[in-house]
Write a protein that binds this ligand. Structure first.
Ligand code: IPM
Ligand code: MG
Length: 363
């Protein structure tokens, strides 16, 4: 039997509630078969760790994660610590330290979810956003001078490398190729940003030659927001820069019904390092500690984690269990207009997992 080593980093806020819920459903899945098991190691990094040690995670923290098979992450964000410190001190330190350059964000309208676009049928919205996750607007290059003086200056430089753009384009084309519609939209802003985004477009064209069976088009990021609302079915796989995809993925999650459902994977496609899976919702301090957090974003992230490990049957079983549960409005959390708790949803998903396949299908 294979044992997968999973590092759990709940982080801050509701991360501390949804990551244990994720562990519970992974344990429930492991209990249904004899092929694999999980060995979880939890790390108490985040805002509380910062208050004690002055850093979000230990200096050599990446070493503790290096030999893990995957990382399950909650969220980083603390009302008493500036956001750029919590982000750069933990989540980005892991993403960039492990060169997890492909951030993958699937969005679908799950059964039972009331999505805000009235003309959009659930089958019209089935997207995967591929976010460049290692450079661009998040390269961290820039600085401040003359601080506190009237002539103060500050810069954030967006950095794009040919190697960085080629690898994310290749990843996106490959992902598009693996999906039934084989359709990719390259999101750009080369009308206004006339250097890096023009190179981005050129590289998209170059890489497209390696994938003659993928149909692709280009869309300016501003027009893309309108297209997501007006013609959702015209999109399938999208690839965008770090910041463009950050914004588009929140819109995508909202159009699919709730930020509480949306999952993501920070992937090192070359598998030199562990990849990291997390819900995209953030720490949500307003509801923390109340048991109100929607654990579905974490469960769906666990589906992505299982797929990354190659456990496709288990991933499909978990996704089916999640969809059985979202289909039942009495099991909706507050973000979906319901009154179910994190524990209610977790128990219901575990109960679905424990049911034999045939019964589950019939349910
Ligand atoms: C995301 C988040 C982060 C980001 C925040 C927490 C800095 O919004 O994962 O989409 O912008 O990358
Ligand atoms: Mg975001």
């Amino acid at each position: 039997m294979k044992t997968y080593k999973i590092a759990c980093i709940p982080g801050d806020g509701i991360g501390k509630e949804v990551v244990p819920a994720g562990q519970t459903v992974l344990e429930a899945l492991a209990a249904t078969q004899n092929e694999f098991a999980f060995e979880f190691t939890s790390f108490d990094w985040g805002g509380d760790y910062f208050r004690q040690h002055g850093v979000m995670m230990p200096e050599n923290g990446l070493d503790a994660l290096r030999n893990q098979d995957a990382i399950l992450f909650g969220s980083a964000g603390d009302p008493h610590i500036p956001d750029h410190i919590t982000l750069w001190g933990l989540r980005l330190k892991i993403c960039q330290g492990f060169d997890q350059y492909a951030n993958v964000r699937p969005t679908r309208i799950l059964p039972g979810i009331d999505a805000p676009l009235k003309r959009c049928k659930p089958q019209d919205l089935d997207w995967v956003i591929v976010r460049e996750n290692s450079e661009g607007e998040y390269a961290g290059v820039g600085g401040r001078a003359h601080q506190g003086h009237p002539i103060e200056v500050a810069t954030d430089l967006s950095v794009m490398t040919r190697a960085g753009v080629e690898r994310i384009m290749r990843y996106a084309f490959k992902l598009a190729q693996s999906r039934p519609r084989k359709l990719l939209t390259v999101v750009t802003k080369s009308n206004a940003q006339r250097h890096a985004m023009v190179m981005w477009d050129e590289i998209a064209l170059q890489i497209s030659k390696e994938f003659p069976d993928v149909t692709w088009d280009k869309e300016l990021v501003d027009a893309c927001t309108a297209r997501m609302v007006n013609r959702p079915a015209s999109l399938d796989t999208l690839v965008a820069t770090n910041l463009h995809a950050d914004i588009l993925s929140d819109l995508a999650a909202a159009l699919a019904g709730s930020l509480g459902i949306a999952p993501t994977g920070n992937i090192d496609p070359e598998r030199r390092y562990p990849s990291m899976f997390e819900p995209i919702h953030g720490s949500a301090f307003d509801i923390m500690g109340k048991g109100l957090a929607n654990p579905v974003g974490t469960f769906w992230s666990c589906v992505m984690l299982l797929e990354h490990l190659g456990e496709n049957a288990a991933a499909a079983a978990l996704m089916a269990a999640i969809e059985q549960v979202t289909a039942n409005p009495t099991l909706h959390t507050r973000d979906l207009g319901g009154s179910a708790t994190t524990a209610d949803v977790t128990q219901a998903v575990c109960a679905q997992i424990a049911q034999p396949q045939a019964q589950r299908k019939a349910a």
